[in-house]
Design a protein around this ligand. Structure first.
Ligand SMILES: *[C@@H]1O[C@H](CO)[C@@H](O)[C@H](O)[C@H]1NC(C)=O
Length: 334
């Protein structure tokens, strides 16, 4: 009897341990990636959004200029702010749009770098798992797309927090019009959003990077066609303000835009000019905050060191339309 009592005890202990493991894995941390800076300690990258249209609507022209600027800045990687494939994401891993809109378009040698992609609302209208599939990475080694993840560059010079914003927007659930969204892996929605925000907050809290950059598809602040995304203002903005995020980078509005904030040092940068643009409906915005708005196609570059960040916006011809810089002191620990 004593022996079996011990066995029962052991079983209880083991199952308690397993349950513990299970609850830990439910609050899984965001997947992390690392990207080394250049030997001189600097880092540069391009940002493009809302692009996959098989080269049409000036997508190819933007790609050509990205190649030229990418070479000039010797970019380390490219960030895509989502809406990677129009109109309805990819149909599957064998959808030729992957080649027609990505591999065969961004062909310049300087763009043969790692691409870090998030999903946009149009991507959710297709087969989401296809875009997340490692099989795409096998077909084109530049491709990396996750719903949400963290990229540490430097090490610890810049930390990027890529956030899946589409599930946060009520409209796609309440009033999807005639569109069908692929919510596999997202439902129940409340849990998904709650966990994601907790993960982002804990990662921001623990970050020791000099520069903190949050990337999402949807706008927080924008004077463009879609305007502000109310849900992100409620869910995401308080977190990114609390942890001193330097830049919020997004797409969704098909324009190039820079809005600063009278309340915090954060800069809101929209790079959604990867293809179709010229929407023509611009809302009024406080001129004290509105630094730049361009309704046409283009992209953005960021160059950074431990102490300085330089942002540039370019049009389809590679002209610099807007420049912005900021600097920080090296911390005394360094
Ligand atoms: C392509 O870019 C040129 C130059 O900005 C512009 O005049 C033209 O309207 C654009 N085409 C489309 C389809 O947006």
């Amino acid at each position: 009897m004593v022996v079996s009592g011990k066995k029962t005890m052991l079983l209880v202990l083991v199952s308690t341990f397993l349950l513990g493991l299970l609850s830990v894995s439910c609050l899984a941390e965001l997947q992390r990636f690392e990207h080394a800076a250049k030997p001189d300690g600097s880092l540069s990258f391009l940002v493009v959004g809302d692009w996959g249209r098989k080269g049409l609507y000036n997508q190819s022209k933007v790609a050509l200029q990205m190649g030229i600027i990418g070479e000039k800045l010797d970019v380390d990687f490219i960030i895509s702010t989502g809406d990677n494939f129009y109109d309805r994401g990819l149909t599957g891993i064998d959808d030729p749009a992957f080649h027609q809109s990505f591999t065969d378009i961004y062909t310049a040698p300087s763009l043969q770098k790692q691409w870090y992609n998030v999903l946009g609302n149009h991507d959710y209208r297709g087969n989401v798992e296809a875009q997340l599939s490692p099989i795409l990475t096998k077909m084109d080694s530049r491709w990396l797309c996750l719903r949400s993840f963290i990229l540490n560059a430097g090490p610890d010079m810049a930390e990027f927090f890529f956030v899946d914003t589409t599930p946060m927007v009520d409209k796609y659930f309440i009033d999807p019009e005639d569109e069908v969204y692929d919510w596999k892996g997202v439902l129940p929605r409340e849990n998904y959003i709650k966990n994601l925000l907790m993960e982002v907050e804990s990662a921001l809290r623990e970050s020791t990077a000099k520069w903190k950059i949050v990337v999402g598809h949807h706008t927080i602040k924008s004077a463009g066609h879609h305007g502000n995304t109310v849900e992100l203002g409620i869910y995401l903005l308080p977190i990114i303000q609390a942890y001193d995020v330097d830049l919020y980078i997004n797409g969704h509005d098909h324009c190039l835009e820079h809005i600063s904030s009278t309340e915090s040092p954060i800069q809101f940068l929209t790079s959604g000019g990867g293809s179709k643009s010229w929407r023509g409906d611009i809302k009024w915005w406080n001129p004290q905050e509105m630094k730049f708005y361009y309704d046409g196609q283009g992209f953005m570059s960021v160059e950074m060191t431990q102490t300085e960040v330089d942002v540039n916006f370019y049009d389809v011809s590679g002209n610099v339309l807007h420049k912005w810089s900021t600097s920080k002191q090296l911390s005394s620990a360094m």
